[in-house]
Design a protein around this ligand. Structure first.
Ligand SMILES: Cc1ncc(COP(=O)(O)O)c(C=O)c1O
Length: 367
């Protein structure tokens, strides 16, 4: 009687709850903040899929507990330092970052009992500094100077760790533990979620950890069949680097996107760059229009790098042809960027107001 009742419950739950949530797929409990990182849903973007005749998917990385894809890298660079014996309980993690990696690290450090020190260019908003401080990090805003200058925020972070006992500079750009996070988690999750039916993958790069790691895994598991493409914003050199077979390093203009675009091939990207099939250059006009489309058509409130990724997935789907499956990354939500992305004044100042389709301008609700 009891067993029969249980079985009936499981079947009903698997079928669907009254709200359409598959209760049987819910995971068990996890251990602390770090246990909640990863295993994000893969969202099929219905309108864009319909338009292309393909299945276009976005990996919902904004659902990580710190709010972005960078939670995975933050966890892995800290884990790597622990495994190598570089840090002991109560130690200090130091990083140079103006964005999501700092937020991920601040959370991971709190949950593991480490101190967190963040160096960033002093051109960053007070909001970002305040957020890191309220997450318990010690923040050093320093003059914004080029990487070649010894006073660049990354070099200052490195020196801070060198002179602090029981401290490590996690060096997200060239520490390949970052890429490992995506070889071991993001790539396998996407492949399993689609039961191996994946023809294309594309995303933009900041450190290159996500693109390099996911590409490495997908190329191996698909025997090279899954096409992996870089998506690049204006102002990054990687589009010209990849499309010229490594001969050119051209950088033109700048971009409104944050966290992506790169002036060099990082150590995270280097080992896998030959596996990348090709590259797409995505304009800010296309990215900003997609921010608004995702909101209007899918109910997804996404930052500009996620929107750029979705434009790239759409273009890759068109290239691969109907019936194919393409996945990309929804890196973070629009919450931290709303005062710009939805401001008429800001859009005008960037010459992007006209890029928003007329019927979507109703979402421009800020001055
Ligand atoms: C919003 C956002 N999108 C994309 C990326 C790029 O990820 P990766 O550093 O793995 O190349 C970052 C990295 O900081 C980011 O903050």
């Amino acid at each position: 009687m009891f067993r029969f009742g249980l079985r009936r419950f499981a079947t009903a739950a698997e079928a669907a709850s009254p709200y359409g949530i598959k209760v049987s797929k819910a995971q068990g409990s996890v251990n602390g903040f770090v246990g909640a990182i990863g295993n994000t849903p893969l969202i099929r973007l219905s309108r864009l899929s319909e338009e292309t005749g393909c299945d276009i998917y976005g990996k919902a990385e904004f659902m990580n507990p710190g709010g972005s894809i960078k939670d995975r890298a933050a966890l892995y660079v800290v884990k790597d330092a622990e495994e190598k014996g570089l840090i002991k309980p109560g130690g200090t993690i130091v990083e140079g970052t103006a964005g999501n990696t700092g937020i991920g690290l601040a959370h991971v450090c709190r949950s593991k009992g480490y101190k967190c020190v963040i160096y960033m260019p002093n051109t960053q908003s007070q909001g970002k500094i305040d957020l890191l401080r309220l997450l318990g990090a010690e923040v050093f805003p320093v003059p914004a100077v080029a990487f070649e200058n010894p006073e660049n925020y990354n070099h200052q972070a490195k020196r801070h760790a060198e002179k602090t006992e029981n401290s490590v500079w996690t060096n997200q750009f060239d520490n390949v533990a970052n890429r490992r996070a995506h070889i071991e988690t993001t790539g396998p999750e996407i492949w399993a979620q689609l039961g191996g039916k994946l023809d294309g993958f594309t995303c933009a790069t900041g450190t290159g950890g996500t693109l390099a790691g996911v590409t490495r895994y997908l190329k191996e598991v698909s025997d090279g069949r899954t096409e992996c493409w870089l998506a690049d914003p204006p102002g990054s050199v990687l589009f010209s680097y990849i499309t010229s077979g490594g001969k050119l390093n051209e950088r033109t203009g700048g971009s409104i996107t944050e966290g992506i675009g790169q002036g060099r091939v990082t150590d995270n990207l280097k080992p896998e760059i030959k596996l990348i099939n090709n590259a797409l250059h995505i304009s800010d006009e296309k990215s900003i229009a997609m921010v608004y489309r995702l909101l209007d058509e899918e109910g997804l409130y996404m930052g500009a790098s996620s929107a750029l990724n979705v434009v790239a997935a759409y273009e890759l789907a068109q290239k691969l042809g109907p019936g194919k499956s393409v996945a990309t990354i929804l890196c973070d939500g629009a919450y931290r960027y709303a005062d710009r992305l939805f401001s008429k004044k800001w859009l005008d100042s960037k010459g992007l107001y006209e890029a928003i389709p007329e019927h979507l301008r109703k979402y421009i609700v800020l001055e």
